[in-house]
Design a protein around this ligand. Sequence first.
Ligand code: ADP
Length: 486
Amino acid sequence: MALNTSDLLASVPTGLLINGHWVDAATSATFTVENPATGEFLAEVAAGSAEDAARALDAAANAQKEWARTSTRERSDILRRAFDLVHERAEEFATLMTLEMGKSLAEARGEVAYGAEFLRWFSEEAVRHYGHSLTSPEGKLNIRTQHKPVGPCLLITPWNFPLAMATRKVAPAVAAGCTMVLKPAELTPLTSLYFAQTMLDAGLPAGVLNVVTTLEAPEVSQTLMSDDRLRKVSFTGSTGVGKILLRQASDNVLRTSMELGGNAPLIVFEDADLDIAVEQAKQAKMRNMGEACTAANRMIVHEAVFEEFSRRLTAELEGLKVGNGMDESTDVGPLIEQKALDNVASLVEDAVSKGAKVLTGGKKVGDAGYFYAPTVLAEVPADARIATEEIFGPVAPIFTFSTEEEAYEIANGTEYGLASYVFTEDAVRMQRATENLEFGMVGVNVGVMSNAAAPFGGVKQSGLGREGGAEGIEEYSSVQYVATPR
Ligand code: ADP
């Protein structure tokens, strides 16, 4: 059932969440949130400043001691109630994401299911985060470990998955007993604000989760990170900003989790099942309009199957409908903003100018909104910018190889190491591929692998730490070792 969008927008809090209250920015400043499909106005939200950030950290720091003392069952129950509430409000969350970020309603509903799962997963992990004990080898000590919350955290999220990137950080922080300041992306704050209200409705005590929306991300984060009450920063976004934050984190030796950029290879070997490879490659490329750090950035295809693979992938991408995500028949929504559209267009122009062939797409769509046609490029030269830069758009460049070693060499030839994909029916080659690929994640015959129960994260310049899985809660916990004589 279609929701009344003006009623929905009117129900979203637009202030800063500080110590359980929705308040205006100290300066009373606001900023505008727009729909990338139409440019239409959606809401005015509080434009927080460094001063507001300091107030938010006061609240988080004041709440930390008592929150750390709550039982894990209490935290688990709050997360489980939040999971139920997000599902009750699924259509509201999906509609908000489509309105402010552009993805199709079908994709937004998928994100609600995926994003909510972090709440359920960490409600289960909260009560099963075991320490261990042993006797020291020489027999003189009993060694026991217990977990403590790291302390107040700064959580910085991007715009591409407005709900899931928030739940993937907030849920393990809550489970571990941390308090936090969430700074959502300025392009998509509404989903986070609605989510924060949902956490309050689920019973999260005042001060545990504080939210600062802002147009001054550098000042806000610098203020928080230079305050020695903050103990951790968890960031998802570009590698460039991640490096700045890592430098700033060194001053107070903060714990850091960094989910940064990717340049995912998708290797199709000559023995791949092409029905599976084409369908999964489409998903790996087109999920979220290609605006995902796990998106297949480079299709690396054996020359024996290149022709069939590229023909079939082209047909699949031509079958996708581009349009406003609010239209139920839309498969591919707009890109997030003009800058993103210009960047995708310039990567394609650069590749074409160096000899790449456009098999489909290769152009903007329509006059309004930031739409780009699903695009397949063949014969892409290795020196094209698109071979090394993150595309973040619906463009599939295809490179070819002849030997297995060459495929790994091309795949690993990047400073990134987040997701990778391999298509083969040969079990021995599957294993060899996982050994050869320098990536934090390998999808074998599958194009979408994000899951709350799995450790998401990268190596090399794709980041530090893991989100989700049994690993996710460790990022928010410190191990304390307790020694007793034996
Ligand atoms: P993208 O290019 O995907 O927008 P960014 O890394 O620019 O990724 O943004 C991701 C998040 O980081 C957003 O919430 C943004 O506001 C925030 N951000 C950007 N620059 C800084 C900075 N210098 N310090 C802290 N946060 C920042």
